[in-house]
Design a protein around this ligand. Structure first.
Ligand code: UDP
Length: 381
């Protein structure tokens, strides 16, 4: 098969674009993946108990994009699933994002009623207010509430997760989990929420399962491609097709401007001799323990067995070649470094870069898929 497009990486970014090009444009696509499996960090598998485990931490699909849903449904069966998270605060398990129910759990009825009234006077029912924004409120009671949530939910969790305080990271990060003026205990409020019945890996395998797609696992980009004098070489021969790269730009350009910093995680899985270990899929522990949260997979993908698998996430620094880059650290210095790499991309007409790593962004799964559609339409059709 004569290759006309190379896709580097087989997470959602690489797999969606490879599928669109093979199926709709009849392109001959080579997908190179450095790991021994497809799926990137969405990779999952059934363990010996037949429980579906997310090897790189919990991945919960939620979206308002109908086109993303329609696209995904071609590749497997999905089950409705509404994600719920509890936070262990002051000895109680309360709903997160922090909402009116959490307020009533943690404050006296009189105080809770006062907070509810104040919130409803200042915001509409259903409003989502980032904690850093509520801290700036003109209302003394709302500021008191915001300070409580900041101290009990965000401060210590963020210090564990990021190594710095909430106001020292990009505001968009803590805004992912706003204070919600409602009694709706779901973690996400998007229109479409579901999990793939057989896991994400199967969906991605089905995307890549096309006669025009050749997949090479355990293959690094630098093993097959080379960039010389602004030209790409594939297996040593000049290559004039597109190279679509979804990995880190620092790695692509051999760390010319230094490493792009990330936070990483040490993921510790444990088997428990119980039907269920905890009351929700995820329980956050902002103020206790060194881990941030515990995920119990049986809540996400139901399974019939007497054991349960839990996952504790211990945040840590990222070290190249030692652990996995999970979260980009979005501070000015790092974004400036990223821009330098981006400038290099501009000068290479056959190179297209996108995705969580290549764009140094904190993307949700649906945003990654949507981004693949945009790239397909704008650059490749
Ligand atoms: N966060 C927090 N306490 C919580 C939940 C979230 O401080 O109980 C902050 C923390 O900084 C975290 C960010 O909000 O990194 C985003 O949380 P999210 O649950 O979206 O993280 P992800 O699931 O992407 O790791």
């Amino acid at each position: 098969m004569k290759i006309d497009t190379v896709v580097v990486g087989s997470g959602f970014s690489g797999s969606v674009i490879a599928n669109l090009l093979a199926l709709r444009e009849n392109r001959r696509v080579l997908v190179v993946e450095k790991s021994n499996h497809v799926g990137g960090n969405c990779y999952d598998y059934r363990d010996k108990n037949s429980i579906i485990i997310h090897k790189y931490g919990p991945h919960l699909f939620h979206t308002d994009y109908k086109d993303v849903v329609d696209f995904l449904e071609q590749f497997g069966e999905f089950e409705p699933y509404q994600h719920r998270v509890l936070g262990f605060i002051d000895g109680k398990y309360v709903p997160l994002p922090f909402n009116l129910n959490s307020i009533y759990e943690l404050f006296s009825p009189a105080l809770a009623t006062k907070f509810e009234e104040k919130l409803l006077k200042n915001f509409e029912y259903g409003a989502k207010i980032p904690v850093l924004e509520l801290l700036e409120s003109d209302d003394e009671d709302l500021r008191f509430l915001a300070e409580f949530v900041y101290e009990k939910v965000f401060l210590n969790y963020t210090v564990k997760q990021w190594g710095v305080k909430p106001d020292e990271i990009d505001k968009s990060v803590t805004a992912r989990v706003p204070i919600v003026v409602s009694r709706d205990d779901r973690y996400f409020h998007d229109r479409y929420q579901f999990v793939p019945k057989e896991g994400y890996t199967q969906i991605i395998q089905n995307m890549l399962n096309h006669p025009n797609i050749k997949l090479m696992l355990q293959t690094n980009y630098h093993d097959v491609c080379e960039l010389k004098d602004d030209n790409f070489y594939l297996f040593g021969k000049k290559f004039d097709g597109k190279v679509i790269y979804t990995g880190g730009l620092d790695e692509l350009f051999k760390y010319e401007f230094g490493e792009l910093p990330y936070r990483s995680l040490n993921l510790v899985f444990q088997e428990k001799d119980v039907q269920y270990y905890q009351k929700a899929s995820v329980v956050n522990y902002p103020n206790s323990y060194d881990f941030t949260r515990i995920t119990e997979f049986k809540h996400i993908h139901p399974a019939h067995c007497n054991k349960s698998i839990i996952l504790k996430e211990y945040p840590q620094e990222h070290k190249t070649d030692e652990n996995i880059p999970y979260y980009p650290i979005l501070v000015d210095e790092n974004l400036k470094k990223y821009e330098k790499y981006r400038e290099k991309v501009k000068s290479l007409k056959n190179l297209v870069v996108f995705g969580r790593l290549a764009e140094y962004r904190y993307f949700d799964m649906d945003d990654v898929i949507k981004r693949a559609f945009e790239i397909y339409e704008s650059e490749l059709m």
